[in-house]
Design a protein around this ligand. Structure first.
Ligand SMILES: C[S@@+](CC[C@H](N)C(=O)[O-])C[C@H]1O[C@@H](n2cnc3c(N)ncnc32)[C@H](O)[C@@H]1O
Length: 183
């Protein structure tokens, strides 16, 4: 991660404007990805690519790839430039479009899915992605403490679906970590 530190530190100065995750959440994603040796990751909500760099840097270690979805072309372009700057652009496919249209077009089998776009769409993102998440795969949803009121359907779904085992983690704005099983 040292290799990427100066760019990450620079992006942290504009984190509020771009609604980036906190560095500790980046570290959390990085640890998960490397622990499960993830090969395919999906990110919903790229913004300017701050969390994308954390994820891609971890995938560089595992030999994996990332698809990241962003519907604002300007932000997607900024993300692409930042990925190029740190030399991670080759392992990241930045797709510009609405995640609700783009998720069904993804044909990879995902080891981990990170949700960080519209909070009231989290459940739909997950329902669309779920068939493509492997058994034993992980789902990380961000802002689950600070913006919980906007995602009651998501919270209900991940804590009441028998094939999902979920836990609330009070890390910065909060995450819910879910583990998919086949029973
Ligand atoms: C919270 S920001 C993502 C921050 C980023 N994950 C990070 O930590 O660096 C959410 C982003 O999702 C994008 N977004 C919101 N709804 C979307 C949708 N339905 N499809 C694609 N992108 C969406 C917004 O344009 C915004 O840039």
């Amino acid at each position: 991660m040292e290799k990427y530190e100066s760019v990450l530190k620079r992006l942290e100065k504009t984190a509020k404007h771009y609604t980036n995750i906190a560095p500790e959440n980046g570290q959390f994603l990085s640890i998960l990805i490397q622990s499960i040796k993830a090969q395919n990751v999906l990110e919903v909500g790229t913004s300017n690519g701050y969390s994308t760099i954390w994820i891609a840097a971890a995938l560089k270690e595992t030999g994996g790839k990332l698809i990241t979805l962003e519907f604002d072309p300007k932000r997607a372009e900024e993300a692409q430039a930042h990925l190029k700057e740190v030399g991670l652009d080759e392992i990241v496919d930045v797709r510009v479009g609405n995640a609700l249209d783009e998720i069904p077009k993804c044909d990879a089998t995902f080891d981990l899915v990170f949700l960080d776009a519209e909070k009231d769409e989290y459940r739909r993102y997950l329902e669309l992605a779920l068939p493509n998440i492997r058994s034993g795969g992980l789902i990380v949803a961000d802002d689950t403490v600070t913006m919980r009121a906007e995602m009651p359907d998501y919270v209900e779904f991940v804590f009441n679906t028998p094939t999902l085992h979920s836990v609330d983690i009070p890390l910065d704005d909060g995450v819910i970590l879910s583990y998919k099983t086949n029973m």
